[in-house]
Design a protein around this ligand. Structure first.
Ligand SMILES: Cc1ncc(COP(=O)(O)O)c(C=O)c1O
Length: 480
């Protein structure tokens, strides 16, 4: 419905119906209201303008008669699709002021292309296995029952029920040492990273990043003017020795200890202790991004780094993007008590709070056991999908790539044979309906970048994955 700003002036000496007619006509010609947009009913407009219906009826009659408006029986009155440009550009009737030519309407923005949803799109969980019915019932029930308090502004830290449920889950499933009052509910890891950057890092500060690392973390942590310092990873994860050698003070370090993004290894126990010891000695903060640690295929899931730290120097970040779905935009921080106040101040000025409706739904999803059940089921689904991808790669892509790590998570990192450019491979894959992420853009230092692909398997059936590896083999073999 188009509510047009239409000042009518009873003292103007111009009849009301003429003012309304002119107001609408000019708005259509200026492009302020566009073909296909609905206009209010005569009753609603009369009420809105504080006039009787008669002048509104007269104005609409004329606009309909002249073709500016069109009535669609049963659905209302709309700006006509068929206002001919000639008419729009015709000279103003004698006596009226010259009017501007209708501004050419720009097309509605096209949805931004996020790289397609074909195999091997990374960061895509098994949406085909999501318990839609149970979820939809819970959303509907909570939406119906929303109280006034729940519709109003509320605690920026999140609802108590969700904070308690998240803390329970993290203590038992991830070995995080936390109480509910340390849990800050936010809109996904990305928001968590921006909040962390604003709370800990200012202009001129330095933050160490895994190299290669998660580009979105690099961008978020550098957003407030902090300098990001790449520290290489090897098969044991972040090189703490290289971090120690860094001469200038590093205020924080970002790590993905359970499943290094993008290469996939986990930070060994020895490195974890060394990192925590370094942080305590240098009074630095460790930012732990535990984005997909629920899924591990070769050994038991590792506990969180945060749970090993007696000194409370770890800011822990988790998300529901991989375990439920990314568009939910729900994640959380576990904040060391000493930093709580600062994080709350930032969170409050950031986006106030996360949508209460979904917090209520999630809290029930967790506390009623749906979440644990879903995770258990997904572990089997992903194990089968991962095995199908590995088998397909061995069968169709042998010699053109090597699997670097496939121990955990929802994607496999592969390195391309010498001479194959990963960005070019991604382009050629896209032409065949495949979606992948190139490894080389994950390096801050492009001179040292390795060529590889991140192949997501979470969102695709085994059959689809095997078929996609056949196509991938053709693409990498040059026959695309
Ligand atoms: C390293 C890493 N952290 C976090 C996320 C999740 O981000 P978000 O919670 O903002 O959806 C991803 C998703 O791909 C990721 O790869």
């Amino acid at each position: 419905m188009t509510i047009l700003h239409l000042p009518v002036d009873r003292a103007a000496g111009v009849p009301l119906h003429r003012q309304i007619y002119e107001g609408y006509r000019r708005a259509i010609l200026d492009g302020r209201i566009r073909p296909g947009q609905r206009v209010p009913s005569t009753r609603a407009l009369a009420e809105d303008l504080g006039v009787s219906r008669l002048p509104v009826l007269a104005a609409y009659d004329q606009l309909l008669h002249e073709g500016y408006l069109a009535a669609r029986p049963g659905s209302g009155t709309f700006v006509s699709d068929a206002v001919p440009d000639d008419l729009l550009r015709s000279p103003a009737p004698a006596g009226s002021r010259p009017r501007p030519v209708r501004a050419a309407p720009r097309p509605a923005p096209r949805a931004r292309d996020y790289g397609g949803l074909g195999p091997f799109r990374v960061s895509l969980p098994a949406l085909d296995q999501f318990p839609h019915a149970a979820w939809a019932r819970m959303v509907a029930r909570h939406a119906h029952a929303l109280s006034h308090a729940q519709m109003a502004y509320s605690d920026p830290a999140g609802t108590t029920a969700l904070r308690v449920a998240v803390a329970d889950h993290l203590r038992t499933a991830r070995g995080v040492r936390c109480e509910a009052d340390q849990v800050l509910v936010v809109s996904g890891s990305q928001a968590a990273l921006r909040i962390t950057a604003a709370a800990l890092l200012g202009e001129g500060d330095r933050v160490a990043m895994e190299e290669p690392g998660y580009p979105f973390a690099r961008a978020a942590l550098g957003a407030n003017g902090a300098e990001t310092v790449p520290v290489p990873v090897d098969e044991e994860g972040l090189s703490v020795a290289r971090l120690r050698r860094s001469e200038r003070r590093v205020r924080a370090v970002y790590v993905t200890p359970s499943h290094q993004y993008p290469l996939g290894m986990s930070l060994t126990a020895a490195r974890r202790f060394a990192l925590l010891e370094w942080a305590a000695r240098r009074e630095a903060w460790v930012i732990e991004d535990d984005y997909d640690s629920e899924y591990r295929y070769v050994s038991r899931p590792l506990g969180a780094l945060q749970g090993m730290d007696p000194n409370e120097r770890v800011v822990y970040i988790g998300t529901f993007s991989k375990v439920l779905f990314p568009a939910l935009r729900m994640g959380y921080l576990v904040v060391p008590p000493a930093l709580w106040q600062r994080f709350m101040e930032v969170r409050t000025t950031f986006d106030l709070l996360s949508p209460t409706l979904y917090q209520l739904v999630l809290a029930e999803f967790l506390s009623e056991g749906h979440f644990a059940r879903h995770l258990r089921r997904m572990r089997g689904v992903y194990a089968r999908r991962r095995a199908a991808l590995l088998a397909g790669l061995a069968r169709h892509c042998g010699g053109r790539l090597t699997v670097h790590n496939a121990d955990a998570g929802l994607h496999i990192a592969v390195l391309l044979a010498d001479g194959l450019d990963d960005r070019e491979a991604v382009r050629r894959m896209a032409a065949r309906g495949l979606t992948a992420t190139a490894l080389s853009p994950c390096y801050a230092d492009q001179a040292r970048a390795r060529s590889g692909l991140l192949l997501g398997f979470g969102g695709f059936t085994e059959r689809r994955l095997v078929e996609a590896t056949r196509v991938l083999g053709e693409v990498l073999g040059g026959s695309a």
